[in-house]
Design a protein around this ligand. Structure first.
Ligand SMILES: Cc1cc2nc3c(=O)[nH]c(=O)nc-3n(C[C@H](O)[C@H](O)[C@H](O)COP(=O)(O)O)c2cc1C
Length: 186
């Protein structure tokens, strides 16, 4: 059966480099479908908002997560850490803790920055957060894209760097394999 991979971009910026990178994944394999899972309409997490049931944007967000076979998060780093928008989305998705839609979901992490360290710090934090939610994060493989502004055509909003394309293609192949081979631990 055709797999569906959800794409979450941790940047809300219209011309986000990370969104361009995420978009580039969508035409790499005919055998998988991609679905954007948007986070911009989620309210700031507040336990009081859960009392009468999740607000509508949260319900849609959680359903979207439930409907995909795996998720690839493509996110920037802010001040050596995770983007606030992404952390907020993950907090919503983590609830309720015993039956979170993210629990045991295969997840891959990619990050891009015009800087030199490829979002290494934010990815470390994101891994730590996802592990707390018992997410099945693709182990070992990291995609840290530095100097991203030299690797994309910002006008056309496309990834142009061939080496990065090949790297992403390999990563995607591994992620597809990971979806079928996540550990069965309870
Ligand atoms: C508040 C703020 C903090 C930032 N901190 C970092 C950082 O710690 N490391 C880094 O590589 N880039 C940092 N940047 C630069 C971002 O990588 C850059 O703005 C990037 O284009 C954001 O991703 P996007 O293009 O997907 O929106 C920061 C940018 C902002 C606005």
């Amino acid at each position: 059966m055709t797999k569906t991979i959800g794409l979450i971009c941790g940047s809300l910026r219209k011309n986000s480099f990370n969104r361009i990178i995420a978009q580039s994944l969508t035409d790499m394999y005919d055998s998988v479908q991609f679905r954007w899972i948007e986070i911009k309409d989620l309210p700031l997490f507040n336990e009081d908002l859960e009392v009468g049931g999740d607000p509508e944007p949260v319900t849609s967000f959680k359903s979207a997560i439930q409907e995909v076979d795996g998720i690839i998060i493509v996110s920037p780093e802010y001040n050596s850490g995770i983007s606030g928008a992404l952390k907020n989305a993950l907090d919503w998705a983590s609830r309720p803790p015993k039956s979170s839609v993210l629990s045991k979901k295969p997840v891959g992490l990619i990050g891009a920055t015009p800087g030199g360290l490829g979002t290494a710090f934010s990815q470390m934090q994101t891994r730590q957060i996802l592990e707390a939610m018992q997410v099945h994060i693709l182990p070992f493989q990291k995609v840290l894209i530095s100097q991203v502004h030299e690797k994309v055509d910002s006008e056309q909003k496309v990834l142009t760097d061939e080496k990065t394309k090949r790297y992403l293609q390999r990563y995607l192949q591994q992620f597809i394999y990971w979806i079928d081979h996540t550990p069965i631990l309870d």
